[in-house]
Design a protein around this ligand. Structure first.
Ligand code: ZN
Ligand code: ZN
Length: 407
């Protein structure tokens, strides 16, 4: 099976891919309910020989393509949601929705996955098995992938001949301005972090600011907890299995001459292994309770579970790098030395199916990846021609996964 022409085939799809991407960019939607986006995706898929399942708990779309010969199913993921922020790119297809922006490039992911569906439909006869296109909402903190899994994403019907065709591999691309346009980067093992929230309330006793001995001031206790958390992380966590604890918000009090009753600390906890994730949470509780006890204050510590660590199956990651090299050439493919501390809800899929998450370079040609506005910036923009490489890599992953021996 020849995949050397995939990039040319993807290039033929660039104009329509750019058009779809720009439409999505102008009409960004947030969370798990994306009615406009869903309509655009369904319109773009119209006429393709796909078995489409519309999810009910979210705007998720699962589209299944059956190949020319029987075999297992491979999953390709594209996320569709935007971020609650104002866009300041000045692009002529800038967001038309107040305080919503496709600042993480999910509009490009959706458009590329549609492109891959078109390309793979054209190459259907070469496919031994099925391709499941997962268009998911709610990646930005709303666990859209988890909802789609809970709704039976992986519970696929058998093939027409009655044979089973389980999902045996899952692949996702994420565009980034940290890499030159058209490059692919990935690694085996942990590639993205877990992201949990911590909420700590220090409870003292309110009173007059001139008589702290008659009250119990929670503010210095909270400050001590913030400092002690950083000491706990650097002194107890292995630097080669790292964690980041950042206090992003601290609030207490109302005016200069009142000691408040409570002080509140909120932050994020990142880790790249479940072991460290657990250890850090235990450490936060111990430090907060210990510091509070030292000052005779009360404390409550709560954690909100976020996305788990995103773990690439080592074999799948090597395979994805090999396939990317075959499509794009050796010089455009990078093995990441370490994970990134962002989080991804593709982690839920990779906890169920072996697979690989890859980054796709999208730095504008006139920018340097080291200084280009990053994902989530109000000024970020991407080189749309990188979508050619993304469509080709998505398609190649599916074809090679299903036809591993064909050279
Ligand atoms: Zn994001
Ligand atoms: Zn993203």
């Amino acid at each position: 099976m020849d995949i050397s022409t995939l990039r040319d085939e993807a290039r033929d799809l660039l104009d329509e891919t750019v058009a779809l991407r720009r439409t999505l960019h102008q009409w960004p939607e947030l969370g798990n309910d994306l009615p406009v986006t869903k309509e655009h995706v369904l319109a773009a898929l119209e006429g393709l020989p796909l078995h489409v399942t519309l999810h009910e708990t979210t705007s998720g779309i699962a589209a299944l393509l059956e190949g020319g010969t029987p075999g297992p199913t491979v999953l390709l993921r594209g996320d569709m949601d935007a971020l609650p922020m104002h866009e300041d790119t000045g692009l002529d297809f800038t967001s038309k929705v107040d305080d919503s922006m496709h600042a993480c490039g999910h509009d490009t992911h959706t458009a590329m996955l549609v492109g891959a569906a078109k390309l793979l439909t054209a190459r259907r006869a070469d496919i031994s098995g099925r391709v499941l296109f997962m268009f998911q909402p709610g990646e930005e903190g709303h666990a859209g992938a988890r909802f789609m899994l809970e709704e039976g994403l992986l519970d696929l019907p058998p093939l027409a001949d009655g044979s089973e065709s389980p999902v045996t591999g899952a692949y996702a691309l994420h565009i980034s301005t940290n890499l030159p346009a058209g490059w692919i980067a990935s690694k085996g093992g942990s590639i993205m972090a877990s992201a949990d929230q911590m909420h700590i309330t220090v409870i003292g006793r309110g009173g007059h600011a001139s008589q702290p001995h008659a009250a119990l001031d929670p503010i210095p206790v909270a400050c001590e907890i913030v400092q002690a958390l950083q000491t706990m992380v650097t002194r107890t966590i292995d630097v080669f299995d790292p964690s980041v604890v950042t206090v992003g918000r601290i609030s207490a009090g109302t005016t200069n001459n009142v000691i408040p009753e409570t002080a509140y600390i909120e932050g994020t906890i990142r880790a790249v292994s479940e072991r460290t994730r657990t250890k850090v949470r235990d450490g936060i509780r111990r430090v907060a309770e210990g510091v509070a006890a030292a000052h005779d204050a009360q404390v409550t510590v709560e954690f909100l579970d976020g996305y788990p660590v995103t773990v690439n199956n080592p074999g799948s990651a090597e395979f994805s790098l090999d396939v990317a090299r075959e499509v794009l050439g050796d010089s455009a493919v990078v093995r990441l030395p370490n994970p990134v501390m962002g989080a991804e809800d593709f982690s839920y899929v990779l906890n169920r199916v072996p697979g690989s998450m890859m980054f796709l370079g999208g730095t504008p040609r006139d920018k340097n990846p080291a200084t280009a506005a990053p994902n989530h910036s109000n000024r970020v923009y991407f080189d749309e021609s990188a979508m050619v490489d993304g469509i080709a890599v998505y398609s190649a992953m599916a074809m090679r996964h299903l036809n591993p021996s064909a050279g």
